[in-house]
Design a protein around this ligand. Structure first.
Ligand SMILES: Nc1nc2c(ncn2[C@@H]2O[C@H](COP(=O)(O)OP(=O)(O)OP(=O)(O)O)[C@@H](O)[C@H]2O)c(=O)[nH]1
Ligand SMILES: [Zn+2]
Length: 347
């Protein structure tokens, strides 16, 4: 592996996928922009190539951050991803839209104010775990906590998921960025998520030295609003890459059952030991989850958040057919309720 490729974020994971023939004839590149008709990719020397899509490959098969092999003209082969973040596209066709790939670290950003909330952090943690990206909870506005003190926010964040790192900082102070360096250096790829106003753009600016507006670029055409990924991969001052595709801001939970399972492993373990395999953990006899809440081993609020997250995930993961089915069931139910009401009123 050349040092140049390492700088691009290349690793053994990708080398191992190449045949001897491919090593001799093709060039590895990293995809930095996905356009409707072509792909912009960077070589190890950071040369920017405009590559054609040919054969079966279409733009929606690619994510910013992908590694691929090219003959210099077109993409020949897409390499298996290390990690992938996707979302369900809005609208009638509930297709999965690829948002970013081969991300090592996800900065889950919140602030020392009302934005800080366990449920929100858990949702992003489940997304990171599902994508196999390392989660770092970055708590901004540590210079002016609106309530309590910064240490309280840090301990609350640490209590959510032990493997996640937690950093509190003043994102407007350039000196504070030193703490973020372990995830920003050469070979590392990073993405930022969090609500509006928590400081994502401020952090992005601090890490890249560029005034980038994350998520502002949209294309409109007859088919409706498209997100484009123009200029979505930015070199960080410390040597790594920051990926900030527009879809990152609107990430919703979907198909993250495993992520939720890992995040709430203790509850999941108890739930599998319940007497009934379909236990809803309400009033069923032999429910280990309820028993753990009653003994004080589990926090009832956390269990509630776990259930809500599973519900949200299942709702967002359903296929178009399932959603239609649910719609039908609902309208059937609504009709029968209406009928019963009318009958009561003697209509
Ligand atoms: N004092 C202080 N202000 C901060 C900090 N982080 C962000 N801000 C300010 O908070 C405001 C919002 O920050 P942005 O970086 O625009 O937040 P964002 O997450 O990118 O917001 P959207 O673009 O709406 O998604 C700006 O005025 C920042 O200067 C911090 O750590 N301390
Ligand atoms: Zn149970």
């Amino acid at each position: 592996m050349t040092p140049h490729l390492k700088r691009l974020g290349w690793s053994q994971h990708f080398t191992a996928q190449m045949s001897v023939d491919e090593v001799e004839t093709l060039t590895p590149v990293r995809i930095s922009e996905v356009r409707r008709r072509n792909i912009i990719a960077l070589t190890g020397e950071l040369e920017r190539l405009e590559l054609a899509l040919t054969g079966d490959l279409v733009a929606s098969d690619f994510a910013v951050g992908d590694f691929a092999l090219t003959d210099g003209e077109k993409i020949v082969r897409l390499l298996d991803r290390k990690t992938l973040i996707s979302r369900k596209s809005a609208g009638l066709t509930s297709q999965t839209q690829l948002i970013a790939s081969n991300i090592d670290t996800l900065f889950i950003t919140t602030s020392c104010n009302d934005d800080f909330n366990e449920a929100r952090l858990e949702r992003y943690l489940a997304i990171a775990i599902e994508a196999e990206a390392h989660p770092v909870i970055v708590i901004t506005k540590a210079d002016r906590p609106e309530s309590g003190n910064v240490d309280d926010f840090i301990s609350r964040a640490k209590a959510i998921y032990a493997p996640a790192d937690v950093i509190a900082l003043n994102a407007t102070n350039p000196d504070a960025f030193g703490e973020l360096m372990p995830w920003c250096s050469t070979g590392q790829t990073l993405a930022l998520v969090g609500s509006s106003g928590v400081g994502k753009s401020t952090i992005a600016r601090g890490l890249t030295g560029l005034d980038i507006e994350i998520g502002d670029i949209r294309e409109d055409d007859a088919k409706g609003r498209h997100t484009t990924t123009a200029r979505s991969m930015h070199a960080m001052l410390a040597g790594g890459w920051l990926i900030d595709t527009p879809g990152m801001r609107e990430l919703a939970l979907h198909d993250a059952a495993e992520g939720i399972g890992t995040l709430f492993e203790d509850i999941t373990d108890l739930a599998t030991a319940c007497k009934f395999s379909d236990c809803a953990h309400n009033t069923e006899p032999g429910c280990k989850v309820r028993a753990a809440i009653e003994s004080g081993e589990l926090d009832a609020d956390r269990v509630e958040r776990w259930r809500k997250l599973i519900d949200e995930d299942e709702r967002n993961s359903e296929t178009v057919a399932e959603a239609r089915d649910r719609g039908r069931k609902f309208s059937k139910m609504a009709k029968s309720v209406l009928k019963a009401k009318k009958a009561r009123r003697g209509e």
